[in-house]
Design a protein around this ligand. Structure first.
Ligand code: SAH
Length: 497
């Protein structure tokens, strides 16, 4: 059976600007064919089994030519695949979406189109420029500045100058002088406000706001490059007044997040919302132990335990998956009390409609152990990481509490983005967040021995994490409590200094 091709607009860069329909298409894709400007984070939405075909243009290796892209779409659809063609911005705005549909139509291959947020409007918006405004412009003209090498631009400058609306040029950076010159020649005033927004909506966005007469020179001096949009018209003068994006508290800051990818979401998106450039450097990934006779044995006699104490939401997840696999459910725990090391672990219980009977006032394993000791002599079941903190069993032992320590998941180092982190460390002060002592160990072990860590600012979720950091670095800061919001506050405070 013939498959289907969905042409999806990925938006201009900020992953949050993908539409909900676009997200649904990615989640259901069997094959995705994508371009150079697509941010890697969007590809995380794909099912792990999806085939990824990069047809992007790259400086060193040639891009797939358009006819080949069209052919790939047809081939994959004829194999019966659900194909997503993911394109930057909106697929029909200078995106050659129409050409791709031509061949599909010819082969009677079903297709759908999901429009996207175009850079022509979004990049100015993130640069503080509304493309129309009652006081300045009542029309918007989106023009390509692309010309075949050696041939002149085919732009009707006179018509643009006469229309008096806002002009937005895409693919225009290399022709910036000629575009400005053309508009001036057609009679536009030299002092017409004009701007260039580079890498719009992305953490590294930069802009130059000037006048038509000076824009080309100032953009060159600032070394602005593609991808960038050029905005010409009165609205460009609003850029400083409406400059919300550059004003975000963490704008211009690069922050490394070492948390496991599956758990980094909340921290990562919060830091992004605040304007930070987040580098994912998962220093630990949890791998559940599928075969786990020791855990199964405990579960079969779960009522022998007085308490089950969880030290991570990963532990909660694996524990309940195993319970379910053995044909049991939450009712099996009716006679057992539950403890959680902190709010997010307690939250993991809550989503299973179970309440934690105890969460320590300070969210670490030492306080968890002391709290348990005040409540029971055991036995306590500890379903946790194979290489979990030694503090928990040690304190329980000192306090005379009986316990069974059962490894339910292993932790591995995934090793992504290592080059980026190395160059950050080499370049200067680097802010790195840590949410557990094991991520600190993972971080240090991932770097070559002898790496200079003196310029790392270690931003820690709690005292045990900080104690581990202090063994490696000098500048350590600790959140007021061990929660993600408190860690974010800590970063905001550091940014104010
Ligand atoms: N279909 C796309 C445009 C494709 S043409 C859209 O709707 O956005 C490629 C041009 O888009 C680039 O040369 C640049 O002018 C612009 N562009 C794409 N992403 C951009 C970004 N993040 N910031 C500024 N301009 C961008």
């Amino acid at each position: 059976m013939t498959g289907k091709v969905t042409l999806v607009g990925a938006g201009p860069g900020d992953p949050g600007l993908l539409t909900r329909k676009g997200e649904a298409a990615l989640r259901g894709a069997e094959v995705v064919v994508y371009d150079r400007l697509i941010v890697p984070e969007l590809l995380e939405l794909l099912p792990p089994t999806a085939e990824r075909i990069d047809v992007g243009k790259q400086a060193d290796c040639h891009p797939a030519p358009q006819w080949r892209i069209n052919e790939i779409l047809v081939e994959k659809a004829l194999e019966g695949k659900n194909v997503v063609r993911l394109k930057g911005g909106d697929p029909f705005l200078f995106g050659r979406g129409g050409e791709e549909l031509d061949l599909l139509a010819e082969h009677h291959i079903p297709f759908e189109v999901v429009p996207g947020v175009t850079s022509a409007i979004a990049a100015p918006a993130y640069g503080g420029i509304p493309v129309t405004h009652r006081d300045y412009a009542s029309s918007l003209h989106i023009v390509t500045g692309h010309a075949k090498a050696g041939s002149p631009l085919r732009i009707n400058f006179r018509a643009l100058a006469e229309a008096g609306g806002t002009c937005v040029f895409l693919m225009g950076v290399s022709a910036l002088e000629r575009i400005c010159g053309g508009l001036l020649e057609a009679g536009m005033a030299e002092n017409t406000p004009a701007a260039v927004v580079e890498r719009g909506t992305l953490p590294g966005q930069r802009k130059v706001v000037s006048t038509l007469g000076r824009l080309a020179e100032e953009a060159r001096r600032a070394e602005l490059h593609s991808p960038a949009v050029i905005v010409v018209g009165g609205v460009a003068a609003l850029s400083d007044r409406f400059d919300w994006f550059d004003a975000l508290p963490l704008k211009g800051r690069t922050i490394v997040v070492t948390r496991s990818k599956r758990r980094a979401g909340a921290l990562r998106s919060r830091l992004r919302e605040l304007g930070a450039d987040v580098v994912d450097y998962p220093c630990i990934e949890t791998v559940p132990r599928r075969e786990n006779p020791a855990l199964e044995q405990c579960l079969a006699q779960i009522n022998r335990f007085d308490w089950v104490a969880f030290t991570s939401s990963a532990g909660v997840e694996v524990f309940f998956d195993a319970l379910w696999r053995l044909g049991m459910d939450g009712r099996a725990l009716s006679g057992v009390k539950l403890a959680a090391v902190g709010p997010s672990t307690a939250q993991a219980l809550e989503t299973r409609h179970l309440r934690a009977d105890y969460v320590p006032p300070v969210y670490d394993t030492e306080h968890l152990a002391l709290g348990l000791a005040a409540r029971t002599k055991g036995p306590v079941l500890l379903p946790r990481a194979a290489l979990g903190s030694p503090i928990l069993p040690r304190v329980l032992e000192e306090q005379g509490v009986a316990f069974t320590d059962v490894p339910v998941y292993d932790t591995v180092f995934p090793g992504e983005n290592a080059d980026e982190v190395r160059s950050l460390l080499a370049a200067g002060e680097t802010w790195v967040t840590f949410t557990s002592a094991s991520t600190v160990r993972g971080f240090v072990n991932s770097l070559e021995p002898g790496t200079d860590l003196s310029r790392v600012l270690w931003l820690c979720i709690g005292p045990q994490t900080a104690a581990e950091c202090a063994r490696h670095g000098i500048r350590t800061r600790v959140a007021r409590e061990a929660t993600v919001p408190a860690l974010v506050d800590l970063i905001l405070d550091a940014a104010k200094e």
